[in-house]
Design a protein. Structure first.
Length: 122
């Protein structure tokens, strides 16, 4: 895997969870670890309870909006280009929560999300 070859520690969803694992279950499990969530699934932060759980989780969730319509094999160089910026943000002590990563590299913290659910509920 290219991200691992570049020196990043990567844990793939399917290495830990079945493909059909409900989102609330894996979000809770990931939040228990010091992991960062990287996804191209734009819809995951639009539906409940996922949206609330990502907001309440003590993790950083980066939704790569710029890559949601890019072919999987073309994503790697684009992800590698943005990872140093995301790593620096996490290392700086930025607030946990959901971040939207835009095509121009802008990173937007979605801070105004009110959680309707708690991780403990799942």
């Amino acid at each position: 895997m290219a991200l691992r070859a570049a020196g990043y520690r990567v844990e793939l969803h399917d290495e830990h969870f079945a493909q059909d694992t409900p989102d609330p279950f894996w979000i809770r499990r990931v939040a228990e670890r010091p992991w960062v969530i990287l996804t191209c699934d734009r819809n995951i932060a639009r539906k409940e309870p996922e949206r609330s759980l990502f907001s309440a989780a003590r993790t950083h969730t980066f939704i790569l909006y710029a890559l949601s319509h890019v072919q999987r094999e073309q994503r790697v160089p684009l992800v590698l280009a943005v990872l140093p910026k995301l790593s620096a943000l996490v290392a700086s002590g930025a607030a946990h929560g959901i971040y939207r990563v835009h095509t121009d590299g802008k990173i937007e913290h979605l801070a105004n999300i009110r959680a309707r659910f708690r991780l403990e509920d799942f």
